[in-house]
Design a binder for this molecule. Structure first.
Ligand code: AMP
Length: 513
C-alpha cells in the first residue's frame, strides 16, 4: 500500500493522524485485532482509515469540525478516530449508554454535522437529532434506511494528512455529568499525544503485548487506551469485545493467552462473582482499574483469588485527557492510585490554596501538558477550573511519604454531619466489607438537627440476606459513631453511571422525590 506523503503540508509534531501513521510504519502489516470471531490485519485497518479520512473530506468535514462517535465497540471505532484526526476533524465520543436526551445535548452543544453509530443505536440517534438542523449525515457501520453506510464513505482515494497545529482541538469530550449538565472538554492534539505516551510509558513491560479491550471505546478512558496502544513499540495483539461480558472476558483470556486488560471497578466486581479458578488465566499478568474508586475489599479479594495477577490503578479525569497518576508497574500499593505519570506535577491544597505536606488531606491539583485547553464555550468555568494554570480536580486526597496518591472522595460529595466531615466512600467501603453486601452508595440528606444526615443505598449479593438494621449496626461498629448511616435502603441495584461510578446524583434525586 502507498501512504500518500505528508511532506507537502506542515503537520504539527503531535498530530494524532501522524501518530497513527508512525505506529503502522513501525509495526507493519500483521494480524492484530480479533473481533467477533474474525482476525483483522493492521494493514487493512490502517488503509481503511486512510480511505475513510478522504471520504470524510469529500462529505464536507472540514478541519475543526466536530463529529460525534457513538458506537458499540467494533474495529470501526478505532478506524473512525484515526480517520477523523487524519482529516483534521474533532472526535466527539458519546458513550452508547447515554440516553437520547443526553446524546442530543452532546450533538447540539458541539454542533456536530456528522454522527457515526452502529445499527442498534440508530433509532436512539434519530430520536436525539429530531428537529436539530445541524446534523447533515448519520453514518452507520451497516446499510440501512436513512443512513449513509460507512463502507460507502470508505471508497475514497487516500489523501495526505490534513495539517493541524499541536494546540488545535483533536477531541471534544463531554464529562459524565454526575455533577450537573455535561460540559464539553476541549483536548488538543498535544494534550492527547502527551497522555497517550505517558499512559504507555507508565504501563510498558517488554513482551506484554496481548490485551483484551471491553471498555466502551467511545469514551475518554477508551480513547486513552487506544492512544496508549499507538505508542507501543511491539506488534501488539488485541481482542475486542462489543461490550463487557464476564463469560466472554474469561474465555478470551484463556483461549488467546491474553496478558492484560484495562477495566473499571464494576467489571472486577462482576468477575468476582464468577468461578475464576475454573478458567485457565495463567497468561494474565495485569489488570488496570480506573475511572472510579476501586473498593479495597474488591482489590484484596482479587489478589487472593488471582495471586499471579498484579492489580494496577490509573486515575484521571476527562479534563486531564483521562490521566494523572498510575501505579508503577510491579510496585502498586493497595488502595493507592499510584504516582503522577511522567510530566505531571501534583499538589494537594488546603481550602485557602496553600500546598499541604505528605499525609494531609486536601484538593488534588495538577499541571501537565495533558490538561485541557478549557471547557467548550465556557470561559468562566474554565478560568475557575484552571486558576493559576493548575487543574483543580474537585477530588480530595493525600500523598504518602513515598509519593503515592490516595483518593478520599469527590469534594462535592462531602457530607457535613454535625460539623464533622463524612466522606461517602468511607461509609460505602465499610458497608461493602459486609459479606452480604454487593454494592453501596451513600449521600447526604439535609437535616434540621445535624445539618446533613448520612443515608445509604445498598444492594445485596445474590442469595444473600441481611436487614437494614443489621447493616446499620455493622457500619456503626466498623466506622464509628458520627458517620455511620442513620437511614439505609435496600435496593435491587445501586444506580451506576456508564463507566461504573456510583451515581450519587441519581441517589440524591431519589431522596428528594
Ligand atoms: P470523568 O471525567 O468522568 O472520567 O471522571 C473523573 C473522576 O472519576 C475523577 O475526578 C475521580 O473522581 C474519579 N476517578 C477516576 N479514576 C479514579 C480512580 N482510579 N480512583 C478513584 N476515583 C477515580
Amino acid at each position: 500500500m502507498t501512504v500518500p506523503s505528508t511532506s507537502r503540508r506542515p503537520v504539527g509534531e503531535h498530530h494524532l493522524g501522524r501518530l497513527a501513521e508512525a505506529s503502522f510504519e513501525r509495526r507493519g502489516d500483521y494480524p492484530s485485532l480479533l473481533f467477533d470471531g474474525r482476525w483483522h490485519r493492521s494493514g487493512e485497518l490502517f488503509e481503511r482509515s486512510l480511505r475513510l479520512a478522504a471520504g470524510f473530506t469529500d462529505l464536507g468535514v472540514r478541519p475543526g469540525d466536530r463529529v460525534v462517535v457513538t458506537m458499540a465497540n467494533c474495529p470501526e471505532v478505532g478506524i473512525a478516530y484515526q480517520a477523523l484526526w487524519r482529516a483534521g476533524a474533532v472526535v466527539t465520543p458519546a458513550t452508547f449508554l447515554l440516553p437520547a436526551a443526553e446524546l442530543r445535548h452532546v450533538i447540539a452543544d458541539s454542533e456536530a454535522g456528522v454522527v457515526i453509530s452502529t445499527p442498534e443505536f440508530i433509532p436512539k440517534v434519530r430520536e436525539a437529532i429530531a428537529g436539530l438542523g445541524t446534523v447533515r449525515h448519520v453514518i452507520c457501520t451497516e446499510d440501512g434506511d436513512d443512513v449513509l453506510a460507512l463502507a460507502a464513505v470508505e471508497q475514497a482515494e487516500p489523501e495526505p494528512i490534513v495539517a493541524r497545529a499541536d494546540d488545535d482541538l483533536a477531541a471534544l469530550l463531554y464529562t459524565g455529568g454526575t455533577t450537573g449538565r455535561a460540559k464539553g472538554v476541549m483536548l488538543s492534539h498535544a494534550n492527547l499525544h502527551f497522555t497517550g505516551r505517558a499512559s504507555h510509558q507508565s504501563a510498558y513491560v517488554p513482551g506484554v503485548n496481548r490485551g483484551l479491550t471491553s471498555l466502551p471505546l467511545s469514551h475518554a478512558y477508551g480513547l486513552l487506551v487506544t492512544l496508549a496502544g499507538l505508542n507501543h513499540p511491539e506488534q501488539t495483539v488485541g481482542v475486542l469485545l462489543r461490550w463487557f461480558d464476564t463469560d466472554a472476558f474469561l474465555a478470551m483470556i484463556a483461549e488467546h493467552r491474553l496478558q492484560q486488560s484495562a477495566v473499571v471497578p464494576t467489571m472486577l466486581q462482576l468477575l468476582l462473582s464468577k468461578p475464576l479458578e475454573e478458567h485457565d488465566l495463567s497468561s494474565l499478568r495485569y489488570l488496570t482499574s480506573g475511572g472510579a474508586p476501586l473498593p479495597p475489599e474488591v482489590q484484596a479479594e482479587l489478589s487472593r483469588r488471582l495471586p499471579a495477577v498484579s492489580i494496577r490503578q490509573g486515575y484521571g479525569m476527562t479534563e486531564t485527557a483521562a490521566l494523572i497518576s498510575a501505579s508503577p508497574v510491579n510496585h502498586a500499593k493497595p488502595g493507592s492510585v499510584g504516582r503522577p505519570v511522567p510530566g505531571t506535577d501534583l499538589e494537594i491544597r488546603a481550602e485557602d490554596g496553600r500546598p499541604l505536606p505528605a499525609g494531609e488531606i486536601g484538593e488534588i491539583c495538577c499541571r501537565s501538558p495533558g490538561v485541557m485547553r478549557g471547557y467548550w464555550r465556557a470561559p468562566e468555568t474554565t478560568a475557575e477550573a484552571l486558576a493559576g494554570g493548575w487543574m483543580h480536580t474537585g477530588d480530595v486526597g493525600y500523598v504518602d511519604d513515598e509519593g503515592y496518591l490516595f483518593i478520599v472522595d469527590r469534594k462535592k460529595d462531602l457530607i457535613i454531619r454535625g460539623g464533622f466531615n463524612v466522606y461517602p466512600r468511607d461509609v460505602e467501603d465499610a458497608l461493602v466489607r459486609h459479606p452480604a453486601v454487593q454494592m453501596a452508595g451513600v449521600v447526604g440528606r439535609s437535616s434540621d438537627r445535624h445539618g446533613e444526615e448520612v443515608v445509604a443505598f445498598v444492594s445485596l449479593a445474590p442469595q444473600a440476606n441481611a436487614t437494614a438494621e443489621e447493616l446499620i449496626q455493622w457500619a456503626r461498629e466498623h466506622i464509628g459513631g458520627y458517620k455511620y448511616p442513620r437511614e439505609l435502603h435496600l435496593v435491587d441495584a445501586v444506580p451506576l453511571t456508564p463507566v461504573g461510578k456510583i451515581d450519587r446524583k441519581a441517589l440524591r434525586s431519589r431522596l428528594a422525590s
